[in-house]
Design a protein around this ligand. Structure first.
Ligand SMILES: Cc1cc2nc3c(=O)[nH]c(=O)nc-3n(C[C@H](O)[C@H](O)[C@H](O)COP(=O)(O)OP(=O)(O)OC[C@H]3O[C@@H](n4cnc5c(N)ncnc54)[C@H](O)[C@@H]3O)c2cc1C
Ligand code: SF4
Ligand code: SF4
Length: 419
């Protein structure tokens, strides 16, 4: 084991589920570690107990997403969608830093008294610790991805004990589902005005597995400090010396396609694009262009519009681009996905991998002929919801009815896939 792995393995383990013994599907969202109210009340709001979207979506928007609108079925209910980047990107942020800037402006304008988010665990580039940020410097320090399960909601405890009235929460879909349910179901946070910014989120990992995964993705895990799965079918890993290692998805070792490397909770996740956020800020529907950091913005509520207005003058905006159609690309992968979700005892070879030159060739060809912009987002949403549907169906059939939102079945029907 090298020094990087040792350092990371000794760091904090997820604390979110520490007090929850009852629910075995858990993304360590952090709510169950709050001591200010009984853990049983936290568990009642868990998205893995209540299921994705459905009534929650209806409560927020007054209706569920339309099953007659193929775009809304995938991207969720929105008031406005476009791509954009900050004219002055924030160094150290994941893309151009739109989320960090939104949070800083909301604080400056006194829309909120604190921001519930994550900072990096000191000394780690990829691990997180929850924070209730109460100054511009603390909010600035929340920038950048932490690609591990993260107990964001544990900081609700500080906000509650400090009797805060207005709070911004930045989180993944599991955080925001559980938070919205908890705020409505119990009295503790009812007086608190909670604004939300969502990240799209998929393929997150448990921190205990992260070093093992990084070691298999990068030639130099010790020096890796930033990582993203990109629209050019490659992982871009930035190193401390500024160099960027690009690894085609096709050249990853076969053992990284084993579904068991991802937490069961993330393989049972059905809201990639964070549809209950006031505003979702990602990149997957924006075109990847040289020397640009275009992001994809999905404004969902009036609160999201209010937040966006705070940074409007700082944004370069562009309309969405790309062709919607991606059916043949999804169909090319569905048979293989369904088979791999079925095979619970398959042995994945650590040695087997496509050579880099061939992986780059495949990524290059797909980059040219494959879906782009909103077509790529369409492809990625469909790929993951098909994968997750069959994962739950074959491994936890008793959870299928509860967890899966109704639009997923309509999308499977579009591809003529069996339920
Ligand atoms: C595991 C993971 C997978 C993702 N997958 C996709 C994807 O497939 N498609 C896509 O469009 N976007 C994805 N994202 C989001 C994307 O990488 C960017 O975070 C987003 O576009 C915002 O960029 P930014 O420059 O505005 O962020 P920044 O200004 O750098 O702010 C990022 C914010 O996200 C918070 N954050 C970071 N990690 C986590 C976490 N694990 N849980 C909760 N909050 C976190 C940070 O604390 C910070 O507040 C993913 C993020 C994560 C963590
Ligand atoms: S996901 Fe959150 S609410 Fe659900 S069991 Fe885990 S810590 Fe508790
Ligand atoms: S993939 Fe889903 S369950 Fe996992 S951390 Fe992201 S939003 Fe939560």
């Amino acid at each position: 084991m090298d020094s990087f792995i040792k350092n990371n393995m000794t760091s904090v383990e997820p604390i979110g589920e520490a007090r929850n013994q009852k629910n075995n599907l858990c993304s360590s969202c952090g709510l169950c570690s709050v001591l200010a109210w009984p853990v049983e009340q936290s568990v009642m709001s868990c998205v893995f107990k209540n299921g994705w979207l459905g009534e929650r979506e209806k409560k927020l928007f007054g209706r569920e997403r339309s099953l007659d609108d193929p775009v809304e079925m995938r991207f969720g209910i929105t008031l406005e969608r476009f791509t954009a980047q900050l004219k002055k990107p924030i160094s150290g942020s994941q893309w151009s830093g739109i989320i960090t800037r939104l949070a800083m402006r909301a604080f400056e304008e006194k829309l909120v008294e604190g921001v519930i988010s994550l900072q990096h665990t000191p000394g780690h580039h990829f691990f997180s610790q929850p924070v209730l940020a109460r100054s511009l410097d603390e909010i600035h320090a929340t920038r950048g991805n932490k690609p591990v399960l993260s107990p964001v909601l544990s900081s609700l405890e500080s906000a509650y004990r400090q009797r805060m009235k207005k709070v911004l929460v930045v989180g993944a879909a599991c955080h925001l589902h559980t938070l919205r349910d908890f705020q409505e179901r119990h009295e503790y946070l009812r007086e608190m005005e909670i604004l939300t910014i969502g990240i799209p989120c998929v393929d997150n990992v448990a921190r205990s597995k992260w070093p093992w995964i990084l070691e298999r993705m990068s030639k130099s895990p010790d020096t890796a400090c930033h990582m993203e799965f990109m629209q050019d079918f490659r992982i871009h890993i930035r190193h401390l010396d500024g160099s960027v290692e690009k690894v085609p998805f096709f050249s990853l070792p076969e053992e990284l396609s084993d579904p068991s490397i991802f937490p069961t909770a993330c393989m049972s996740c059905f809201d990639y694009l964070n549809s209950l956020a006031d505003i979702t800020v990602g990149y997957i529907g924006a075109e990847l262009l040289p020397k640009q950091k275009r992001q994809w913005i999905l404004v969902r509520t009036a609160t999201g519009q209010k937040l966006l207005k705070l940074i409007d003058a700082e944004l370069e905006r562009y309309p969405e681009s790309g062709k919607w159609e991606c059916r043949s690309f999804v169909e090319n992968t569905t048979k293989r996905i369904i088979e791999s979700m079925k095979e619970t005892d398959k042995e994945y070879s650590p040695k087997s991998r496509i050579p880099l030159w061939l992986g780059n060739l495949l990524a290059g060809v797909l980059g040219m002929i494959g879906p782009k912009g909103i077509g790529f987002a369409h492809y990625s949403v469909d790929f993951h919801l098909i994968r997750h549907y069959y994962y739950v169906k074959f491994r936890f059939p008793e959870q299928l009815e509860k967890l899966v939102p109704r639009h997923v079945r309509s999308i499977l029907a579009e591809y003529k896939l069996p339920l």
